[in-house]
Design a protein around this ligand. Sequence first.
Ligand SMILES: NC(=O)c1ccc[n+]([C@@H]2O[C@H](COP(=O)([O-])OP(=O)(O)OC[C@H]3O[C@@H](n4cnc5c(N)ncnc54)[C@H](OP(=O)(O)O)[C@@H]3O)[C@@H](O)[C@H]2O)c1
Length: 319
Amino acid sequence: MTPRIAVVGATGYVGSELCRWLLEHPQFELAAVTSHTHAGKHLGEVVPGLFGLTDLILEPFDPRELSAFDAVLLATPHGISAEYVPALEAAHVPRILELSSDHRTDPAWVYGLAEWNESALLGATRIAVPGCFATAVQLAVAPFVAADAVQGPICIAAATGSTGSGAAPVAGTHHPERFVNFKAYKVFTHQHLKEMHAFLGILGTAPQLHFVPLSAPLDRGIFATVFIPTDERTDPNGLLRAAYADRPLIRFREDSPELRHVRGTAFADISVHREGAMTTVLVAIDNLGKGAAAQAIQCLNLSFRLPADTGLRRAPCTP
Ligand SMILES: NC(=O)c1ccc[n+]([C@@H]2O[C@H](COP(=O)([O-])OP(=O)(O)OC[C@H]3O[C@@H](n4cnc5c(N)ncnc54)[C@H](OP(=O)(O)O)[C@@H]3O)[C@@H](O)[C@H]2O)c1
């Protein structure tokens, strides 16, 4: 039987992106959607991009109703997910995938960096999907940590689009201010550092990360520039290509990856550049794709023991 999936917080940016992927997925059925503020309305009315593609009506959050589904995906804000999970567990929901930061360092949950935690994700029933910056940065850093090839502190400058802040309008995402601007924020203090230290520490010795997040005049996308000091004998290109040899959602580019090539996709595009003992890894992902909803579907696939890329090999719309 086709697994029936419910999305909580379906009207948000990540929630509606989950619905988009699930509506086209060959092995899952998007069977229920919930909303805190729009219960009773059609999903396609509140998320016009999905109009005509589904008859689903937004329901209020009710753990007992949700226990009828094979998996519940939580695309709710931090704090709300932590509130909802105990109620879902009490109602015996069989699988919970959580996209906020509430469970990313909780040892009872599997951390869903899919390329690096595949065996733990197979059949997993509690999955915490990584943050968008954390995904881009760790895809660059993890191969070096796992190979014990990091020779000093790692510096990261990573730019994000405005959808990273969610659908509710705030000053930092207001169009007249955002589209003419480029700035750093939360320098060395971004909340994703915590999950990166935690997971990289499982793969090997967690390196020191100097992380400067940048706010770019884009709606979608994360472009990470990651400077990794390596031994001159290390072959960084070979190291990364070997690490991702059988990972179909990682694509290597000779020149710089481009955000337009990953827009709306599940791909992470990577290039590797070396100068002496310094390696630079460039990573482009869609923050709502590989950085959130598409990686959640990748985790869901593995949880149901399907190939990780089932329903996810989709090209971007370019130009
Ligand atoms: N945006 C990204 O790039 C990104 C990437 C990775 C992870 N995440 C994480 O994914 C989660 C969703 O992010 P988002 O960007 O989609 O945010 P969002 O656009 O603000 O969507 C969150 C949705 O949750 C629902 N919600 C809000 N307050 C609620 C409450 N008090 N109780 C229940 N539901 C409430 C809202 O929909 P209703 O009122 O209709 O229920 C809202 O649309 C967050 O935890 C975020 O940190 C986001």
